[in-house]
Design a binder for this molecule. Structure first.
Ligand SMILES: O=C(O)CCC(=O)C(=O)O
Ligand SMILES: [Fe+2]
Length: 317
């Protein structure tokens, strides 16, 4: 694992790498203290790396994904799989004939991933909401995208159309590229960076206070969220995501760590607290888990807790 960095190792407030060096059964079973240890490291904003990925994708599925003809359009960044609906999105019209194969492959990856993590991160088992899986077939280096959709700029993740209402975003990545690393940058964690951002320009106050939250809560008990309205927590995280990407000076000046995830490796990150950017790499699989506050081993470190402490009131509905 090559890591070049402008930040000395173990600087407080920055993500570091936690290598899984111990051996464990192939189903991912761990003693509860070890599972709590990795959960705590993740929740604190560190990256947990398996130098060799657990066996979550059959070899023939990897070959199929690598051999798939590249779409003519580079516009779709990911192909997403929605486990709850067993549905694929993001395919071009010209690729519809491969939908069934892709759906089968991503469904298999998604369920194996969930099975593995239910053992490896047992504190979260049965409590998460299994969000989308994705296949990322496009070379990240030099990929054109709208500013707010650019993933080569440092950001905390926030899903504009799928508010988490305080649940945390845990992502499991596998680099299935046989030859090239996937290259990331990280900078300060949310615990270090978020409060400064929240206080600047009184941003927290503007995303909605107690009355706003109560109002939304009464609406959402019976209905879906009104269009365009997010719980204050999600509104803040979304604004933070955009502001970071839009701030060229921040992108340039903030101290950075550079990580290379080698072919065949896998890594896990809470991307709502690890500021991250992908610089290069092609062919990754990813599964997202939404972890509720009640399942966390260090709930006091979560972005929601950090923000509610500053706001002095609830930010979820
Ligand atoms: O694809 C990657 O390696 C990470 C991209 C990213 O930042 C994201 O999907 O939120
Ligand atoms: Fe991201």
């Amino acid at each position: 694992m090559a890591a070049q960095s402008t930040v000395p190792a173990f600087t407080p407030g920055f993500s570091r790498l936690v290598n899984v060096e111990e051996s464990f059964p192939s189903d991912g079973s761990l003693a509860i203290e070890r599972a709590r240890y990795y959960s705590a490291e993740l929740e604190s904003g560190h990256i947990v790396l398996f130098p060799k990925s657990p066996n979550l994708i059959p070899k023939e599925d990897i070959d199929w994904l690598l051999g798939r003809k590249q779409s003519t359009s580079n516009y779709h960044k990911n192909i997403a799989y929605r486990p709850a609906e067993d549905r694929i999105t993001g395919l071009d019209a010209s690729e519809q004939q491969s939908t069934d194969d892709l759906r089968r492959i991503l469904a298999c990856f998604s369920s194996r991933c969930a099975e593995f993590l239910s053992h490896f991160l047992s504190p979260y088992a049965g409590k998460w909401n299994l969000d989308y899986a994705s296949f990322r077939p496009i070379e990240e280096k030099g990929r054109a995208a709208r500013l707010r959709a650019r993933n080569d700029l440092l950001h905390f993740d926030s899903f504009p159309t799928r508010p988490t209402n305080g649940s945390r975003i845990l992502r499991f990545f596998v680099n299935i590229n046989p030859a090239e690393s996937r290259v990331w940058l990280t900078s300060q964690t949310f615990e270090a960076f978020g409060p400064r951002f929240a206080r600047a320009g009184n941003l927290l106050a503007s995303v909605g206070g107690n009355a706003f939250t109560r109002g939304l809560r009464s609406v959402t008990r019976t209905l879906k969220l009104p269009f365009g309205r997010r719980p204050p927590y999600d509104e803040f995280m979304y604004r933070c995501h955009n502001a970071m990407k839009e701030d060229a000076r921040f992108q340039e000046d903030t101290p950075k760590c550079r990580w290379e995830f080698p072919p065949g490796s896998a890594w896990m990150v809470f991307t709502d607290c690890v500021s991250h950017a992908v610089l290069a790499g092609q062919y990754a699989l990813e599964q997202t888990f939404l972890i509720p506050q009640s399942a966390l081993v260090k709930p006091e470190c979560s972005p929601l807790s950090v923000l509610e402490k500053i706001a002095g009131h609830a930010l979820t509905v």
